[in-house]
Ligand binder design. Structure first.
Ligand code: ADP
Length: 167
């Protein structure tokens, strides 16, 4: 049984993430999406909201589940007895950070393998932060988000703007 972990912030999940999830589900027996709790970035959505949106979006994949983790990814992998990390690559700009992270994870635990999946070209420019920026300024990009995610995003941004909360 080959299980892989797909870690990230998923703030919120986009069609770029979904593309990687769907392709990973075709390669591995089981995929655990691991949502990072202790990111240095201030998230728009709470961890519970990010998990909820991912669960709704991945309902159709029976071998995919959603969990959360904090601390070092390699420690989380050890508790799960998993040694495969999936990461998506968009542009060359992703590469440097991903490269050093993969090497560092391997240094921390030698049996860890990071599997990189190249994005589909239609999602190469897509990131959660771009989506948030577009929606914050009233733009819409429905086809880049899983069904249901858009309505949550619009509501969340409206409530943040109403309460003048920074995000
Ligand atoms: P992180 O903060 O860990 O980068 P993200 O949620 O931004 O978390 O991304 C999680 C993973 O998904 C990363 O490997 C990232 O490169 C990948 N990813 C994000 N957007 C896309 C996309 N449009 N196409 C392919 N991979 C993507």
């Amino acid at each position: 049984m080959k299980t892989a972990v797909y870690p990230g912030s998923f703030d919120p999940v986009t069609m770029g993430h979904m593309n990687i999830i769907e392709r990973s589900a075709g390669l591995f027996d089981e995929v655990i999406i691991a949502v990072l709790r202790n990111s240095s970035k201030i998230p728009l959505f709470t961890i519970e909201e990010r998990v909820k949106l991912l669960k709704i979006a991945t309902k159709k994949f029976p071998t995919v589940r959603v969990e959360t983790f904090s601390g070092l990814l390699v420690n989380y992998l050890e508790t799960k007895k998993v040694n495969i990390i999936i990461r998506g690559l968009r542009a060359v700009s992703d590469f440097e950070n991903e490269y050093s992270m993969a090497l560092m994870n391997k240094k921390l635990k030698h049996n860890i393998e990071t599997v990189f999946m190249i994005t589909e070209d239609k999602y190469a420019f897509l990131s959660s932060s771009k989506i948030k920026e577009i929606y914050r300024h009233g733009g819409r990009a429905k086809d880049l988000l899983p069904e249901n995610t858009e309505q949550f995003l619009i509501k969340k941004i409206e409530s943040k703007l109403e309460s003048r909360e920074k995000f």
